[in-house]
Design a protein around this ligand. Structure first.
Ligand SMILES: Cc1cc2nc3c(=O)[nH]c(=O)nc-3n(C[C@H](O)[C@H](O)[C@H](O)COP(=O)(O)OP(=O)(O)OC[C@H]3O[C@@H](n4cnc5c(N)ncnc54)[C@H](O)[C@@H]3O)c2cc1C
Length: 320
């Protein structure tokens, strides 16, 4: 800890908490991050990840947060140490075009695929270039940047926001607890959509693939010598245990799209709980004694995609 009484206590060390803490610490505030779990034991570490709003509200706010984050991630891609790179690949749909792929049109590079490029079973697709993020590297980069900005990260699990407020004298508390908000706030509107992924050796892939069938998703993202393969979207499932049968299914479905993945050595299994909510909760409320509580959670399948836009809005509310 930098001090016993920081200016701001940020609850949560996932992509939302770390990015928000960076914005505040780099603006000169004394920030402490307190989290029950730190990377890699957070949902954010399970993400693929690619820039693209998914399983989240649509509309002006998300378009703005996503646009801000797209620009930031594009800048970060200039430095390979961040874990962000710009990759080319295909986003395809089994059923033709529908809402889930609205986001591709926000990318200047997106062009409809030549039908010959589409894997069997997919009816339409776009070829595009987008920021692709190796979350294990990126979360390490965020932690190091936060440390350079003078912030502290410590382990603490809170039973309620009142308890957190009682344990700190910080005049500002920011709640970036992801799916944990379901119990911490408590907020029954934030519910899990479980995602399982398999990490394999990279058999030479440089392009990503994201494919959607109704109610199903499959993807792979190359990150240097590994590839992250997915996935699942299991609404209401709180299990953090990898399911071996699901892992086999992910491997065989991805290999059907990219045969070089057949037989690729498995390095790890990842599971995360997407914090899905009818709308992202980014709002401030007053606490007793003139203190401020700012919520920043409920980003669904788009927490990485919206991270910088949301963090800067939180910082603006706090600094005002
Ligand atoms: C398989 C999968 C693939 C995904 N792919 C993408 C993608 O390609 N692009 C994208 O943008 N998004 C993707 N997502 C979604 C993204 O991962 C989430 O939206 C994002 O990680 C949410 O980040 P967060 O910081 O809000 O939550 P988390 O990463 O869950 O962090 C929450 C933090 O709060 C802490 N906390 C919770 N409760 C308490 C408590 N009571 N006391 C103290 N601390 C507490 C936790 O310990 C943790 O540190 C994916 C998710 C999954 C599961």
């Amino acid at each position: 800890m930098t001090s016993q009484q920081p200016d701001v206590l940020v609850i949560g060390a996932g992509v939302s908490g770390l990015t928000t803490a960076i914005c505040l610490a780099e603006a000169g505030r004394d920030v402490t991050v307190a989290a029950a779990q730190q990377p890699p034991r957070v949902t954010s570490a399970a993400a693929g990840a690619i820039w693209g709003p998914h399983l989240v509200e649509t509309g002006e706010r998300v378009a703005r947060w996503g646009g801000v984050t797209l620009a930031r991630l594009t800048d970060l891609a200039a430095d390979p140490a961040t874990g962000v790179h710009l990759a080319s690949g295909i986003a395809a749909s089994a059923s033709g075009w529908s809402d889930p792929f609205d986001w591709v049109t926000a990318l200047d590079s997106a062009l409809p695929c030549d039908p010959a490029e589409l894997p069997a079973g997919f009816a339409a697709g776009w070829r595009l270039t987008a920021p692709v993020i190796s979350m294990s590297v990126y979360l390490g980069y965020l932690l190091a940047r936060l440390e350079r900005a003078g912030a502290a990260v410590r382990e603490a699990e809170f039973g309620s926001l009142d308890q957190a407020a009682g344990l700190t004298g910080a005049p500002v508390i920011v709640n970036c607890s992801g799916i944990g908000a379901n119990r911490l706030v408590p907020d029954p509107d934030v519910t899990p959509v479980r995602g399982q992924a398999v990490v394999t050796e990279n058999p030479g892939l440089s392009e990503f693939f994201v494919g959607e069938d109704p109610g199903d998703v499959r993807y792979y993202f190359p990150h240097g010598d590994i590839a992250v393969l997915g996935g699942t979207e299991e609404a209401g499932d709180w299990s953090l245990e990898p399911d071996p049968a699901t892992a086999e299914r992910i491997l065989s479905r991805c290999a059907a799209v990219e045969p070089r993945l057949r037989g690729a050595a498995v390095r790890a299994h990842r599971v995360g709980l997407r914090p899905v909510r009818p709308s992202v909760r980014l709002e401030a409320e007053s606490l007793d004694g003139g203190r401020l509580l700012v919520h920043n959670y409920g980003h669904g399948g788009a927490g990485v995609t919206l991270s910088w836009g949301c963090a800067l809005d939180v910082a603006a509310a706090v600094l005002a």
